[in-house]
Design a protein. Structure first.
Length: 139
């Protein structure tokens, strides 16, 4: 497919082979825009996401299809999928169905963390700083 059709056309034409079969998918909470996680999608994972309506990825650590929430109950219901200009990256806009999106647990509550991005890099100290009370506003 030519560049004009990729950038301006209405046909989904993702070139999964461009990056070795995987493309990045940013996952964003529809309620407040908070970035929940970044994962990778292959052709099979995208097809399963579209079929089931639940965010499905390719686990790079386990080398297998992975529907978020299948073991934890913290499913991510797809509300929208955005495709970037080159059709080689996605944004899954989701409605979380559980307590959190991250596989790590909050040490105080024991619940899954809302977002995998629970630390910030402090430019002055050059250290990671835990974001206290990461709430629905993303602050």
């Amino acid at each position: 497919m030519d560049k004009k059709n990729i950038e301006e056309g209405k046909t989904l034409n993702i070139d999964f082979e461009k990056r070795g079969g995987l493309i990045p998918a940013v996952v964003q909470d529809i309620r407040d825009g908070l970035i929940l996680m970044l994962a990778y999608v292959n052709e099979e994972a995208l097809a399963e996401t579209m079929r089931s309506g639940m965010a499905t990825f390719w686990s790079t650590s386990r080398n297998e299809l992975w529907t978020k929430g299948k073991t934890s109950g913290d499913y991510l219901k797809i509300k929208k999928i955005f495709v970037d200009c080159d059709q080689d990256a996605l944004v899954y806009v989701v409605e979380p169905q559980g307590k959190g999106a991250c596989h790590t647990k909050d040490p105080e509550s024991g619940d899954a963390r809302l977002s995998c991005f629970y630390r910030a890099f402090d430019m002055e100290s050059e250290k990671l700083v835990h974001i206290k009370d990461l709430d629905k506003s993303g602050s």
